[in-house]
Design a protein around this ligand. Structure first.
Ligand code: PEP
Length: 261
């Protein structure tokens, strides 16, 4: 089964528009395949997810790299209305955004995101024609209680409720153990593979067509960096990475992209 790898950078609340453009320029300089046809043929899909205010500038700069796409970090579930401070899927789509993250653990932890709202946001994004990276993962306490698989099953089943096999073509799932995000602790290659295999097996149970489990890309996230990316990306069920800290360093991000080639 060939699934094109996806290397996605989550910039979180970092980079003004000017800083974001500078970072994209640096990534392009580090990853020189960007401007050539080799980029599309051999490279993974590359995605950067800057803050909302930086999206337009980054989108314009990223157009010089044919395999680089731009995503947002969040989206509201309603089409429009009295939701001060929120951004709709249509607003993102209109500006040329292709992906959005939903359910990132920082949104769940600090902004009250629930499995239900993750599902609503995901469905709204799909309806507007965006692709979605749904983030799931257990906390350290849950891991210590050995309930990781139960947590993943709940988050995946809820996150994907009412989503059809056809819509799954535009869904990516990121397994991000919360204890590994921004901590410098990474799941071992074997533990990460086991969690990804669990999720893939769950997709087999949830969808009658085996095509869903076979074709859905599963990303690892949690302190992936230039040193550990190759080992993680070599695992059978890991189809890429969702990268925070290391995505803000052009050389490291380019090294991770190359590890996926
Ligand atoms: C993330 O924010 O999704 C993430 C994985 O962050 P980091 O790589 O810094 O752990």
């Amino acid at each position: 089964m060939s699934r094109r790898k996806l290397i996605a950078g989550n910039w979180k609340m970092n980079k003004t528009a000017a800083e974001g453009v500078a970072l994209i320029k640096e990534i392009k300089a580090q990853f020189t395949e960007c401007g050539s046809s080799k980029c599309c043929a051999n490279a993974p899909e590359i995605l950067v997810c800057p803050p909302f205010t930086t999206l337009a500038a980054v989108l314009a700069e990223a157009q010089g790299c044919s395999c680089m796409k731009v995503g947002a970090q969040n989206v509201h579930w309603a089409e429009k209305g009295a939701f001060t401070g929120e951004i709709s899927a249509a607003m993102l789509k209109e500006m040329g955004i292709e992906y959005v993250l939903t359910g990132h653990s920082e949104r769940r932890q600090y902004f009250g995101e629930t499995d239900e709202s993750v599902n609503q946001r995901t469905k709204a994004a799909l309806s507007a024609g965006l692709s979605v990276i749904i983030c799931v993962g257990e906390t350290e306490t849950e891991r210590n209680k050995q309930v990781t698989n139960a947590v993943l099953e709940r988050q995946v089943r809820w996150g994907l409720s009412d989503i059809t096999a056809e819509q799954m073509k535009n869904i990516v799932i990121a397994y991000e153990p919360v204890w590994a995000i921004g901590t410098g602790k990474t799941a071992s290659d074997a533990d990460a593979q086991a969690a990804h295999a669990f999720i893939r097996n769950l997709l087999k149970q949830m969808f009658s067509c085996p095509c869903v489990a076979d074709n859905t890309r599963l990303l690892y996230g949690g302190s992936m960096n230039a040193a550990n990316a190759a080992g993680l990306l070599a695992q059978a069920d890991i189809d890429g990475g969702l990268i925070g800290g290391a995505a803000l360093k052009a050389a490291d991000f380019a090294t991770i992209i190359r590890a996926a080639m």
